[in-house]
Design a protein around this ligand. Sequence first.
Ligand SMILES: *[C@@H]1O[C@H](CO)[C@@H](O)[C@H](O)[C@H]1NC(C)=O
Ligand SMILES: *[C@@H]1O[C@H](CO)[C@@H](O)[C@H](O)[C@H]1NC(C)=O
Ligand SMILES: *[C@@H]1O[C@H](CO)[C@@H](O)[C@H](O)[C@H]1NC(C)=O
Ligand SMILES: [Fe+2]
Length: 225
Amino acid sequence: SGILLRVGRGCAAGLSYSLSQVSAARQKHTLPDLMYDYGALQPHICAEIMQLHHSKHHATYVNNLNVTEEKYHEALAKGDVTAQVALQPALKFNGGGHINHTIFWSNLSPNGGGEPQGELMEAIKRDFGSFQSMKDRMSAATVAVQGSGWGWLGFNKDSGRLRIAACANQDPLQGTTGLIPLLGIDVWEHAYYLQYKNVRPDYVKAIWNVINWENVSDRLKAAHK
Ligand SMILES: *[C@@H]1O[C@H](CO)[C@@H](O)[C@H](O)[C@H]1NC(C)=O
Ligand SMILES: *[C@@H]1O[C@H](CO)[C@@H](O)[C@H](O)[C@H]1NC(C)=O
Ligand SMILES: *[C@@H]1O[C@H](CO)[C@@H](O)[C@H](O)[C@H]1NC(C)=O
Ligand SMILES: [Fe+2]
C-alpha cells in the first residue's frame, strides 16, 4: 500500500522507495534531528552549509510535505480524483526530498571515512572490482549530474547487486528497476556552494572523508530482508 516513488529515466538505474507513510498516515512529518553538530563534519562540510541545509532546506521539504498531504487527504475525502492527481508531483517532490535528506544525514558522520567492512566491502569488490573503483565511478557519475541532483549507491534486489545511479532533479519520477538507496550524495548547489563555490568535484572528493560506512552497511543488511 502507499505510493511507490520511482525515479529513473536518465539514471544509470531506477531508484525506488516506498512513500507509504506519506500517503497512508495522517500524522505530520517532522524534521529529524542530526546525530552530530552542524560543525562536526568540518573541514569537509562547513557548519553554515549544514545548518542551512538541515534547518532551512530539509525543513522546507517537510513543511511542504505536511501541507500537500493535508490537501491530498481533503481531495481524497471529497473523492476529487483530479485534485489528487494534481497533487502527485508536489507529494513526490517534497516526499522525495524528505526521504533523500533523511538518508543523507545518516550516511554522514564525523567519525566516517575510511573503508567499509564485511559484507558491504565484499559486495563492492564483487560488483566494482575494488573500493577505489566504486568511489571513482560514483564520483564521476555524481559530478556529471546536470543541474541539481543526487548520486546514489543502491542495491538491486532482483539481481542482488550494487548499482550506481545518478539522477538529475528534472528527471521524471519513474523507474524501471527498483534500486534500494544505500548511500546518497546530494549535489544540489545548496549542499556545497557556500564552501566550494562552483567546484563540485572538490566537494564530492571531500565527502568521502565523512561517509558513515556502518550506516551504509546497515542499509545493505536491511535491504536483504
Ligand atoms: C510539518 O513540518 C514541519 C517541519 O519543519 C514541522 O515543524 C511541523 O511540526 C510539521 N507539522 C505541521 C502540523 O505542520
Ligand atoms: C530524491 O532523489 C531522487 C533520486 O536521485 C531524485 O530523482 C529526486 O529528484 C530527489 N528529490 C529531491 C527533492 O531532491
Ligand atoms: C543508519 O541509519 C538508519 C536509519 O536512520 C539507522 O536506523 C541506523 O542506526 C544507522 N546506522 C548507523 C550505524 O548509523
Ligand atoms: Fe539538499
